[in-house]
Design a protein around this ligand. Structure first.
Ligand code: HSE
Length: 432
């Protein structure tokens, strides 16, 4: 049996998970590939010794030991972040190695440079683990959905944010307590801001959009709002409207322009995405031939992410063994076919909205608010006004019919400038 040698850079949660998956599945992988996939070297600056079960593997602190080893075929980068990960990947490519990585922050911001370098050297780059953890979402776009023009991408792509919203919804727990729990469970990024503020989800959406539509898109093209401003009271009102609040990545393909947005969304309880709870991820593609395809599974964690990394290693190992490198383009489309595109301005997005306006409870307040909404062409579907408190403000909650974002921004700005309004209005888009 031919041996394919692998070197891993970074032996943290995903790095050690990948090593464990390779070990646990060694026989199974040989039965599937007729190859021995051998973990030859691990490079990590923090690890002083590898567990006994990896006794056949060399540990080094110097990643150059991997790039300079002519026997290593595949370099797996699992340190995350931009640098030194980018330098390591480019060095590996320069050395003629194939690369596998889970690094969504890097691929969504510097992917072009990496893929151009890989194309020049004729090596493969696998990044299945960068989106949706263990869910084979990249493979679905590259292969399973190849016969489609993708019409939309909609999904829950961050386990930490979904875990926080689910715990807040199911147990009425405060945001901070739940965040600490998510960090303890190992879902959260090193900087949890990325999870909470929608940045990690946007990284993933960028990668999926490039592959789904064959377009150039930058992180800056994505409109990003996080969940840190969501209060338990909003979750309660969402329930009254028959909805759950989810952090959604949404992209709709309108042909001549494409939506790219990440924001908290009220999702009707009957919708499949409303029922993806805890740290689970769910990603829905709509293809013009196949219709809706929903992929569900563990979007984070040691073994699920290790499973995705090893799936890439297997793909590349097979291509090396059968001498058919780049049979499937890394980004689904041929590099020369990745085109620029127009991103839909947020001002033009339209749909129903939830507003929670904090107002003084006195006659005429509702009339003033309704007047501003009417003037901006925003039609009210329903209103909830909570009972009068002894002092301070009351929440006036409004659900609208479809409204254009531009009109909403203008109306809310006017409402918030009223003297009877005591806090900045919370607006949440409702999935239509
Ligand atoms: N921090 C990410 C999440 C890990 O919570 O989903 C996987 O990308």
């Amino acid at each position: 049996m031919k041996t394919i040698n692998v070197g891993i850079i970074g032996f943290g949660t995903v790095g050690s998970g990948t090593a464990e998956v390779l070990l646990a599945q060694a026989k199974n992988l040989s039965r599937k590939t007729n190859l021995v996939i051998n973990l030859k070297t691990v490079a990590d600056i923090m690890t002083t010794a590898l567990p006994q079960k990896f006794s056949g593997c060399t540990l080094t602190k110097n990643a150059d030991d991997i790039f300079n080893d002519p026997d290593i075929d595949i370099v797996v980068e699992l340190i995350g972040g931009i640098e030194p990960a980018k330098t390591f990947i480019l060095k590996a490519i320069e050395a003629g190695k194939h690369v596998v990585s889970a690094n969504k922050a890097l691929f969504s911001t510097h992917g072009r440079q990496i893929f151009e370098a890989a194309t020049r050297k004729g090596v493969e780059v696998g990044f299945e683990a960068s989106v949706g953890g263990g869910i084979p979402v990249i493979k679905a776009l590259k292969e399973g959905l190849a016969a489609n023009t993708i019409q939309s991408i909609m999904g829950i792509m961050n386990g930490t944010a979904n875990f926080i919203l689910s715990q807040m919804t199911d147990h009425g727990l405060p945001f901070d307590t739940v965040l600490k729990d998510a960090q303890a469970k190992g879902y959260a990024e090193a900087d949890p801001t990325y999870d909470i503020e929608g940045i990690d989800t946007a990284h993933k959406l960028v990668i999926l959009m490039i592959m789904a539509y064959g377009i150039n898109i930058r992180l800056e093209d994505v409109s990003i709002e996080g969940i840190s401003r969501i209060k338990p009271i909003d979750i309660e009102f969402a329930k009254q409207f028959g909805c759950r609040i989810k952090l959604l990545a949404i992209s709709r393909n309108h042909g001549d322009h494409i939506e790219a947005r990440v924001h908290p969304t009220m999702v009707p309880e009957t919708h499949l995405l409303a029922n993806i709870n805890g740290a689970m991820n769910g990603i829905n593609f709509n293809g013009d031939m196949v219709g809706d395809v929903l992929l569900y599974g563990q979007g984070a964690g040691k073994m699920p992410t290790g499973s995705a990394v090893v799936a890439d290693i297997v793909d590349i190992a097979r291509n090396v063994a059968f001498n058919c490198l780049n049979r499937v383009p890394s980004l689904a489309y041929l590099p020369s076919e990745i085109k620029d595109c127009v991103i839909t301005p947020m001002a033009k997005i339209s749909g129903p909205y939830y507003f929670r306006i904090s107002a003084v409870d006195k006659p005429g307040v509702l009339a003033s608010i309704a007047g501003i909404l009417g003037k901006n062409g925003i039609s009210i579907e329903s209103v909830i006004q909570k009972k009068r408190r002894d002092e301070g403000s009351v929440p006036v909650v409004i659900r609208t019919h479809d409204a254009q974002e531009k009109a909403v921004i203008e109306a809310i700005s006017e409402i918030d400038s009223l003297s009877i309004v005591t806090e900045k209005t919370v607006t949440i888009r409702i999935l239509n």
